[in-house]
Design a protein around this ligand. Structure first.
Ligand code: HEM
Length: 197
């Protein structure tokens, strides 16, 4: 098999892996297996997969360096765009299916519920990153400005974790575990930057 065909297979596998949670969720919904409150279940699953994919995206650079596989970097954009798509669906389900486009109630939620405020802020910060993830945007902004803009991800991912932490009522362990992983991934970057300075 030539290199191009191999690359295509790897890309297809990455796409499938990113799509699998959505297909699984759709299947469970179709089979009526989403429990007593399917809307809440859909919002939660989309949110948690959005967060997981953001973490996978953050893990790609350290993995590429540690495993000496620089080619892994090219999957960062695909994973990041899937993370954004899950979060966009998460937000859209909340707006359209949970709140029935009741903009007054949504506005009140944003102002009164800190977890919605921070989730919304994280989404607004994530949008320009998704919008500038294509090659033309790198050329237009210049690599320096593009890199600086995309460093916002180091703020957005912790905001996603805080959003999660604030909304859980009983067991805070899952968001704390995600927080620990984010701290390790960001800590590694600080360590690597200091080492190469
Ligand atoms: C970077 C952006 C965001 C991330 C990473 C994120 C992630 C999450 C996660 C991990 C959960 C909990 C899932 C679980 O319990 O298993 C969640 C729940 C939720 N999120 Fe987000 N979210 C984001 C943005 C937003 C936005 C913009 C809104 C709406 C304005 C929103 C509304 C909600 C709601 C309503 C829940 C469910 C709360 C409940 O069931 O009590 N999120 N989100």
């Amino acid at each position: 098999m030539d290199r191009k065909a191999r690359e295509r297979i790897v890309y297809a596998a990455v796409w499938l892996a990113c799509l699998a949670p959505l297909l699984w969720l759709a299947w469970r919904g179709y089979a009526g297996e989403l429990g007593a409150n399917p809307i809440e279940a859909v919002i939660r699953k989309l949110g948690v997969w959005g967060l997981r994919l953001l973490l996978v995206g953050l893990a790609i650079s350290p993995a590429a360096r540690i495993l000496r596989q620089p080619r892994l970097i090219r999957f960062r954009r695909t994973v990041g765009l899937f993370a954004f798509s899950y979060i966009l669906l998460h937000l859209s389900t909340y707006i359209g299916v949970d709140q029935f486009f009741d903009w007054a109630a949504i506005g009140k939620d944003i102002l009164k519920r800190p977890y919605i405020t921070i989730g919304m802020a994280a989404f607004l910060l994530l949008t320009p990153l998704a919008a500038t993830s294509f090659n033309g945007a790198v050329r237009r902004l210049g690599p320096k400005r593009w890199r600086r803009l995309h460093q916002l991800i180091y703020l957005i991912v912790p905001m996603g974790v805080v959003h999660y932490y604030l909304l859980v009522k009983a067991d805070h362990r899952p968001p704390l575990i995600y927080g620990g992983i984010v701290a390790a991934l960001l800590g590694w970057r600080l360590w690597a930057a200091r080492k190469s300075a």
